[in-house]
Design a protein around this ligand. Sequence first.
Ligand code: GCO
Length: 451
Amino acid sequence: MESNTQNTPLSKQLFGEDFIWGVSTAAVQIEGAFDVDGKGESIWDVFATKKGKILHGHHHYTATDFYNRYQTDIDLIKQLNIPNFRFSIAWSRILPDGTGKVNQAGINYYRKVIQYCLDNGIEPWITLYHWDIPHVLEAKGGWTNRDVVDWFSEYVAVCADAFGDLVKHWMVMNEPAVFTGAGYFLGIHAPGRKGIRNFLPAIHHAVLCMAEGGRILRKMLPKVEIGTTFSCSYVEPYSNKPKDVAAALRVDTLLNRMYIEPILGLGYPADDLPVLKGMEKHILPGDMEKVKFDFDFIGIQNYTREIVKHSFFTPYIHASLVKAERRNVPITAMKWEVYPESIYHILKKYDQYPQIKKIYLTESGAAFKDEVVENRVNDPKRTEYLQQFLQQVLKAKNEGSKVNGYFIWTLTDNFEWAEGYNPRFGIIYVNFETQERIVKASGLWYANLLR
Ligand code: GCO
């Protein structure tokens, strides 16, 4: 039965006492300080030096200077009444050479951040891998080299040991579909590799690492809550023509099923996405057992929906996305369709997997052009998007969804990967010249909701 929550004003009580409210960030996008205190090079540090890879020649070398300003930003989180803060650890701060020598300064830094959260009554949520493998490991093949399972396992164990006394919520990985797809197939994100030859092994190794990372955390920290996060988009066919419907199924499999199903013990969905059959040569005996892990929660991240049609000329997938701009629908600064209903459908889909115990929405947000007027930023489109999105979450929750948490992407405007600094996703505005922060109207709205 569909419940009608569309017209109920939002309040946090409607989501229940134990619903988790938070905000999300990622190391590369905010920290800056890319070469200080013993940090090694990450793939993004190298990618940013390559001409034409990042729009306007932007780079993340300073970003929002969170490395030095973490206290200011955590103070702001507190001011906005946000009880949970999700951030990632930069592998190359902890293990500058990828493996081996541990950089104590890196550990000390994150312990200070974590302790400052705790001192302010904010619960830290750690993501172990948000797309920044050390460059030395990429030089040995990175995610395409099966040794990454050993490298990653070592890194996870070092972090569990370093932060396990303080941190109760862990996410092994952020959006494997994006870092393998954009980084190892399309070449538009670091490390900039292309082709199916790189993509297929990267997928399998990322899935192995997610499960292995989960096992290491559970063994070393039996009491903490362990999850991992996936990017999801609601996929619909452009028309009812069988070819478009079949194309939509392939894209849905690629975007929404390929990484989670092996983890849940269902194997790779190669029947619905035949190109995955090419992965067989990377799967060793026993691997399909190793890719399973019983996560305490699954993190879901959703920004939009995709409309798909058959495309004879697109290799492997024979499908293409019908761009939102061409569909005459409202779009964000990323040119993504504004479609908050997407999350309702996504939740319905993931609720159907009995293996999933709990879902947190670990990212959701929207980039719009912001303007500072008299030291204020009025961003009604963002607030409206976030409200409508939450209405859809509530609707699903009232219908029995396993969703029990929501983290806004993101705290401050930041480095949006290959798009540089132009798309602003923050609920806090950043002047990148002066590093001044201004809480946007959307930030005040969130603070009010969480009061
Ligand atoms: C993600 C990305 C974020 C992006 C956001 C907007 O996890 O999806 O990690 O880093 O900034 O998705 O594109």
